[in-house]
Design a protein around this ligand. Structure first.
Ligand code: 13P
Length: 249
């Protein structure tokens, strides 16, 4: 049985004071949430502080991005080892905003995922189609390319560290959510791809999160679908009460 993972992607929001306040509120409100796994992804400059607030809690902290090289002359970038050194356990890879605004490709996601796993991080590979692709009925083809491209060359053992997040781009920050049936159908498709490529065991144990306008009002219906193993939450994760309500089901 897969445990639910409820993860908050804070994106480029909060300042240091707000990040610490939000983490402190989550620590208080989620102290007793024992039935789900929890993670937050604050902006890079606040990772060390948020890790400090959340140490000795069940809420894991991760970076929103990383660069695949271990170190060197890559101005502005953050390595996997740097994330580990401040206490991160996870990292997001290939979020649609990174694909859209920062030119990330399936190949660069593949390099980032490898670097993350090699450093001991557990990455979340984000995939999802844009509206035009769904309108054209191409969503499965697009997601298949993203999943297989991102995970190219991976072993069954590597997959032990990987979570997938399906985030239809048309549902991110728009207030429009995929219906539980739409989301579950894509999650089932992704699980089928994992089964074909890595075998049934990997397909059955890999968590597939949903992301896109998830909030307390719709999270229960989404998370109760058989192939939806939690959520990657943007906007609602910035409000401690909302994130806690989603996590508590
Ligand atoms: P929203 O929850 O704001 O739609 O964002 C989803 C998302 O992109 C999480 O990574």
């Amino acid at each position: 049985m897969r445990r639910l993972l409820i993860a908050g992607n804070w994106k480029m929001n909060t300042d240091l004071r707000e990040a610490i306040q939000l983490a402190t509120a989550l620590k208080r409100q989620l102290a007793e949430a024992e039935d789900v796994d929890l993670a937050v992804f604050p902006p890079a400059p606040f990772l060390a502080d948020v890790c400090e607030v959340l140490q000795d809690t069940a809420i894991e902290v991760g970076g929103q991005n990383l660069y695949h090289e271990p170190k060197g002359a890559f101005t502005g970038e953050v390595s996997a080892a740097m994330l580990v050194s401040v206490g991160c356990k996870r990292v997001l890879v290939g979020h649609s905003e990174r694909r859209q605004y920062f030119g990330e490709t399936d190949a660069s996601c593949n390099q980032k995922l490898r670097a993350a796993i090699a450093a001991g991080l557990r990455p979340i590979l984000c995939v999802g189609e844009v509206l035009e692709e769904r309108k054209a009925g191409r969503q499965e083809e697009v997601v298949k390319t993203q999943v297989l491209g991102g995970l190219e060359g991976f072993s069954v053992e590597d997959m032990g560290a990987v979570t997938v997040a399906y985030e239809p781009v048309w549902a991110i920050g728009t207030g429009e959510t995929a219906t539980p049936e739409q989301a579950n159908s894509m999650h089932g498709f992704i699980r089928g791809l994992l089964a074909e490529r890595f075998g049934v065991d990997v397909a059955q144990t890999t968590r597939i999160l949903y992301g896109g306008s998830m909030k307390p009002e719709n999270s229960k219906a989404l998370a109760s679908e058989p192939d939806i193993d939690g959520g990657l939450i943007g906007g609602a994760s910035l409000v401690a009460e909302k994130f806690a309500a989603i996590a508590k089901g």
